[in-house]
Design a protein around this ligand. Structure first.
Ligand code: ADP
Ligand code: MG
Ligand code: MG
Length: 878
């Protein structure tokens, strides 16, 4: 028997989403529940995959099945496709497994042509009916031309506007039957002009072209972007639903609407929705007229309303989740056209989950699975006022580097940001790119906008840590920082002008859009409590100052998984000592400079241990190449040389000697400590002394510092640095007379280290997977340069998502898994964690759970996300 590609609604059910798509499966389920649904058929997602495999054609066998099921649909509905006396008209609707609202297209009233229209009118002498027929016809031409022939809807709207102007009317509803007929004629003429052929009159041809167009729409640019953002694989394909039309635009006893079983904005338990009398399909969302609230339907059509309420309750009880429903009323008869689990705000998601547990509808485990971890972000950051946002148009966009919304006045330097903020101004710091010197300004700003830099640029990483909104890498900006203005989208923005940033979408607005503060409700605490009770993975944070640490602890961090020590060398006088260390001509001079740095570093660690109140901390030793600490421009070199007491010439030579062709693979990480063991000595001293001091003041903390050596690729290398650490630490501990345990471990971030993990585990008491570097080194391209070609990789489907945002489980993940196995084999109680950006990405967290890591570490504002993702992973694996 031939493979089955087409299913009647009555042949499917709600569990068949993979095959029938979400919309098709739910239509089938509603038919099964005996609800009033116009019964049609679904062309499966497999047919879509076949379409692409066959070179974008619909195979003969699939074509034949579509015709067969069309005949069955005609029989069920007692109407015939293309028959003027009793025509069947259908909608052709896309529907993927996961709902992708607005990403793909729908065509209504398909099956109309001049004969069918004339036949329909002949059967009903009411002039209002004639208007309805031509209204439906012109809508069909519009949608078909847009979806199938790529003639933009907008150009048809222009033709409508022209006619309205000629007729001196304001609303579509004022156009008469003759006007609608005229529109049909004008639309067809326009079509012929543009396409050089007549609008297709054969309903079967219309249908086949529409099915193909829906398949094609799976690959349209907005669908591709949506899939990438929502991790929906390209291979899934979309199904196509062909459904007999019901007519909400028939008369004033008809209408169409959308409703939710609970309020999707707040989660309140009450029917929420809108409808329009005498309207079709998308009129409600399109805002053609102002719709009425659903409650009004109780007055307009009490019986229909009562029936709808009953169906809504039944559907929510059935799916045990908030439903988003589409319905149409034709001559006072209600039809259901769609139901799905409704999209909702983060606040609503929590409230609904918690309420439904209290109502006994779902279990705590089900509630945990309901909330998307990513969504929690919105609860922790300010958001735009949604009405004001809807009215605003972006002037440009960059990368959504750090979530939340910000509104403020443009400043161009960190110093100005700080000064203006002190005066009570809200500011947005606009920079070409940020550097560690900008920290204080970044902290003072509501939001940060950069021209250069990716998702892991300095601005992005630091902003995420602070929870400050950031849009990075907006290359369209032309900066004139010295003259204090920039241009974007053809406009000029001066210092002091208001702009707004959306760090969740990357959009930039040239105006002030009011924001609303983040609020954490009681639902959040309760819900996260359920999650914590079930997760196995611990969640730590990446932090290198007491403020971020305290923030992360508030969000539930159980320790620090990555404390980057280099950030501690930038502020104030420290950078000077650091530079002295770098230009030192011999070990003695270097040790003298390091001695200046020691008290700073020690007091930083002390403050961190105190903020952690006994929670563990992994301290990573100096990692970046030294040239990052030196000035690069001539005038700065001259100035700093004077400060350091060397000649500009000497400093310049030093800068040049440190120049590397490939700094990412240069003199950095543990290689610095191998060249200059005294750096590791100083850092060990700072960590151990800080731990001794804090333990002495708070014996109950019982701190066991974890010292992490970065960028190891070889056992002997680790052993060399570890010996320096152990010798230094043991001497200090012995001298103190106190009892202090400490651990020495390493980052696994070079593929060779993963391959030799069993060797390395002989000396390493813990592994922390640095998946940023590990991803770079495994793929062989750097995260900072990938922007140049990743788009081409997405377009060609070579990559479906950014391996730096989502752990590449099949490649990099295998290295991690192998290192876990080998590490455990050599040292069964080895501690395992991850500290790359991936530590806060839900799907990567699930992978970390599956391979048995002990903890993930992520930026403070991602801690709740990781907690929830870890709980979901634990529940899913039961
Ligand atoms: P989307 O997924 O973008 O919501 P839909 O396929 O649900 O697209 O259709 C868009 C609109 O057309 C919806 O309002 C829907 O209710 C309406 N619609 C779809 N099929 C029919 C039909 N057979 N009869 C009447 N209206 C329909
Ligand atoms: Mg819909
Ligand atoms: Mg690294």
């Amino acid at each position: 028997m031939a493979h089955k590609y087409v299913y009647l609604f009555s042949e499917g059910d709600g569990s068949m989403k993979e095959l029938l798509g979400g919309k098709g499966a739910n239509l089938a389920e509603m038919v099964r529940l005996g609800l009033p649904v116009p019964q049609g058929f679904t062309v499966s997602t497999e047919a879509c995959t076949r379409y692409y495999d066959d070179g974008k054609v619909i195979g003969e066998d699939i074509h034949a099945q579509i015709e067969e099921y069309l005949a069955k649909t005609e029989e069920i509905n007692g109407k015939t496709f293309g028959d003027p006396a009793n025509p069947l008209l259908v909608s052709v609707r896309s529907g993927a497994r996961a709902s992708m609202p607005g990403m793909m297209d729908t065509i209504l009233n398909l099956g109309l042509n001049d004969d069918v229209a004339a036949g329909m009118i002949a059967g009903n002498p009411d002039p209002a009916f004639e208007r309805f027929v031509y209204d439906s016809y012109r809508r069909f031409i519009q949608m078909f031309s847009d979806v199938v022939m790529e003639l933009s809807k907008k150009r048809f709207e222009e033709i409508i506007d022209e006619l309205k102007e000629q007729k001196q009317v304001k609303d579509d509803i004022e156009l008469t039957a003759a006007d609608m007929k005229e529109l049909v004629a004008r639309f067809k003429a326009f079509y012929k002009r543009e396409k050089g052929g007549d609008f297709p009159a054969d309903p079967k041809e219309q249908l086949l072209e529409a099915v193909k167009a829906v398949f094609r729409s799976w690959d349209n640019p907005r669908a591709n972007v949506y899939r990438r953002m929502n991790e929906i694989p390209y291979s899934w394909g979309t199904a196509v639903n062909v459904q007999p039309m019901v007519y909400g635009n028939l008369n004033n006893d008809s209408g169409t609407g959308v409703a939710f079983t609970r309020d999707p904005a707040t989660g309140e338990k009450a029917l929420f929705g809108e409808y329009l009398i005498n309207a079709q399909g998308e009129d409600v969302v399109a805002g053609v007229r102002t719709p009425s609230e659903i409650a009004q339907l109780a007055q307009d059509m009490p019986e229909v309303y009562a029936q709808f309420v009953e169906i809504a309750n039944k559907l929510e009880q059935h799916y045990k989740d908030m439903q988003d429903m589409e319905f149409t009323i034709e001559n006072k008869k209600l039809y259901m056209l769609q139901t799905r689990n409704g999209k909702r705000t983060a606040a609503a998601a929590l409230r609904i989950a918690v309420d439904q547990v209290d109502e006994g509808m779902i279990t705590e485990e089900q509630a945990i699975a309901r909330v998307e971890p990513q969504q929690l972000d919105a609860l922790l950051h300010p958001q735009f006022d949604s009405k004001a946002l809807a009215a605003a148009a972006p002037i440009g966009s960059g990368l959504a580097a750090s979530p939340g919304a910000a509104c403020g006045r443009v400043v161009f330097t960190a110093a100005d940001a700080k000064e203006w903020a002190l005066k009570g101004e809200k500011v947005i710091l606009v920079r070409l790119e940020t550097s560690p010197d900008d920290i204080e300004g970044m902290e003072a700003a509501e939001g940060i906008l950069t021209v250069r830099g990716g998702m892991t640029s300095h601005a992005a990483v630091v902003a995420r840590g602070m929870g400050t909104c950031c849009v990075s890498g907006c290359g369209d900006i032309v900066m004139h920082a010295a003259e204090k203005y920039f241009t974007l989208g053809g406009n000029k923005y001066n210092e002091g002008d208001y702009i707004s940033l959306n760090g969740t979408t990357g959009n930039i607005y040239g105006e002030a859009i009011p924001t609303v503060e983040a609020t954490i409700s009681g639902d959040f605490e309760r819900f996260m409590g359920w999650a914590d009770a079930r997760r196995v993975l611990k969640v730590r944070t990446n932090a290198d100052n007491p403020r971020d640490t305290a923030q992360a602890v508030k969000f539930g961090a159980e320790g620090i998984g990555l404390c980057r020590t280099e950030h501690m060398f930038f502020e104030g006088d420290r950078i000077k000592s650091m530079r002295k260390m770098i230009v030192a001509k011999d070990e003695t001079a270097r040790r003298a400079a390091l001695a200046e740095l020691l008290p700073y570093q020690q007091s930083d660690f002390t403050a961190m241990f105190e903020a952690l109140e006994g929670r563990p901390m992994t301290v990573r030793f100096l990692d970046p190449p030294l040239h990052e600490f030196l000035p690069q421009k001539d005038d700065e070199i001259a100035e700093i040389a004077a400060e350091l007491g060397v000649t500009a010439e000497e400093l310049k030579n030093k800068v040049e000697s440190l120049h590397e062709f490939n700094p990412m693979m240069g003199h950095r990480g543990c290689r610095l400590a191998v060249s200059y063991p005294e750096i590791a000595e100083m850092q060990t001293t700072a960590v151990i002394n800080a731990a001794l001091a804090v333990n002495a003041a708070h014996p109950e903390y019982n701190i066991v510092p974890e010292i992490m050596i970065p960028l190891i690729c070889e056992l002997k290398e680790l052993k060399f640095v570890k010996d320096v650490v152990v010798k230094t630490a043991d001497a200090l501990i012995a001298a103190s007379g106190a009892d202090l345990k400490y651990m020495v471990g390493t980052m696994i971030e070079i593929p060779r280290a993963a391959l030799l993990a069993d060797e390395i585990a002989k000396e390493a008491e813990f592994f922390s997977f640095g998946t940023n570097d590990l991803t770079q080194m495994t793929f062989g391209f750097s995260r900072d340069d990938a922007g140049a070609f990743l788009d081409a990789y997405y377009d060609t489907k070579i990559f479906e998502n950014d391996p730096f945002a989502r752990l590449d489980q099949s490649g990099v993940g295998q290295l991690v898994k192998m290192a876990v196995e080998r590490g455990k084999a050599a040292r069964p109680n080895i501690k395992l964690g991850i500290c790359g950006e991936h530590g806060g990405d839900p799907s990567s967290v699930k992978f970390c759970h599956a391979i048995g890591l002990n903890y993930v570490s992520c930026s403070p504002f991602r801690v709740p996300i990781a907690r929830l993702a870890a709980a979901q992973a634990a529940i899913a694996s039961l």
